[in-house]
Unconditional design. Structure first.
Length: 331
């Protein structure tokens, strides 16, 4: 704030006099001011159903919308995208949520010591909290009935890089997608496993053949995703940071979610009354791309600071603001 004041800016709560209003996420319909110019990620350009009322309100109130997603250079490349901080904050939040979800399933874990991102003054404080939790994991304080925890990162851009910076604060080992299944079933409990997944790992031509990045950029409709079969079944947490275009294959569909929530069969893991087996391997999805109905089809609504998580029930295709219940995973 002081930097703006030093530069001569007038800082005030009332923005009714502003001709251009800059934000990040979409503005609630009731807060839109008529005859203004808004710059934001509106999540409307792909005809996302959940945000069509926002688009209607923008038209009714004669608002000019500048969507960051459509700002491009002369080569057609986007010039505005999420940064590393989105990955950092999102990952701190999903680690916090993971602790709450595991607690609801009957397990007290070191992740309970990690708070939501906005609880920390800066990213260094948040990383220290993650580091402290990691110290307990390294000491073997994770319940054995949970089994190895695997974190899958989609993409390699700013979001994924920021996310993995937080992950590196935990005792960890990276594995290739080919070795993810082995790590998920027989990995160590005093560390967590990470796997960075790129397009070539899960996209292939629908008519057979491998992945051609040049062809995919021009004709993504020719490709199908094998993510739900090759990657997702072995992931405890998926942290999604990819950009999704309308005609591109989805990472996960609603039918895929039903498959991922099938009861887990892990007879090799010790269980007891106080340490029950997990109902399924998938525990949480952190969709930092925040694109309703996008690459994660069943992610229909962006969460907020007030309600940062929801439990998705694939059988009913419904979200609830709860951590309780075995038939779902946190989003």
């Amino acid at each position: 704030m002081q930097a703006y004041l030093n530069a001569g800016a007038i800082v005030q709560e009332d923005i009714s006099e502003a001709s251009v209003i800059f934000g990040v996420k979409q503005v609630p319909v009731g807060q839109l001011i008529p005859d203004k110019t808004y710059c934001m990620f509106s999540h409307t350009i792909k005809a996302q159903e959940s945000n069509l009322p926002l688009l209607d309100a923008i038209l009714e109130k004669r608002i000019r919308l500048i969507d960051y997603e459509k700002l491009m250079d002369e080569k057609g490349q986007r010039v505005v995208a999420f940064g590393k901080m989105a990955g950092i904050a999102g990952t701190v939040n999903i680690l916090h949520g993971l602790g709450l979800r595991l607690l609801a399933l009957g397990h007290h874990t070191p992740f309970m010591h990690i708070g939501p991102a906005h609880n920390y003054r800066n990213s260094s404080m948040a990383r220290q909290a993650v580091r402290d939790a990691g110290y307990e994991i390294a000491l073997g304080l994770m319940p054995k009935s949970i089994g190895p925890l695997t974190f899958v990162f989609t993409g390699s851009g700013n979001v994924s890089q920021g996310s993995q910076e937080v992950f590196l604060e935990l005792p960890h080992e990276y594995v290739t997608p080919e070795l993810l299944k082995k790590a998920a079933e027989h990995g160590s409990l005093n560390k967590v496993y990470g796997c960075e997944v790129r397009r070539r790992h899960y996209l292939e031509r629908a008519d057979g053949g491998g992945f051609d990045p040049v062809e995919y950029e021009e004709h993504p409709e020719r490709y199908i995703s094998t993510f739900s079969k090759k990657i997702a079944p072995y992931a405890s947490v998926i942290i999604n940071g990819i950009y999704w275009a309308v005609n591109s294959p989805k990472l996960l569909t609603i039918p895929d979610a039903k498959h991922l929530l099938r009861p887990a069969h892990t007879p090799w893991l010790p269980t007891s009354v106080g340490a029950p087996a997990l109902p399924h391997r998938m525990l949480g999805i952190c969709d930092i791309s925040a694109d309703p109905g996008g690459s994660i089809e069943f992610m229909n609504e962006c969460t907020t600071i007030d309600t940062p998580f929801c439990l998705y029930d694939a059988d009913r295709n419904k979200d609830t603001n709860s951590f309780s219940g075995s038939g779902g995973f946190s989003v």
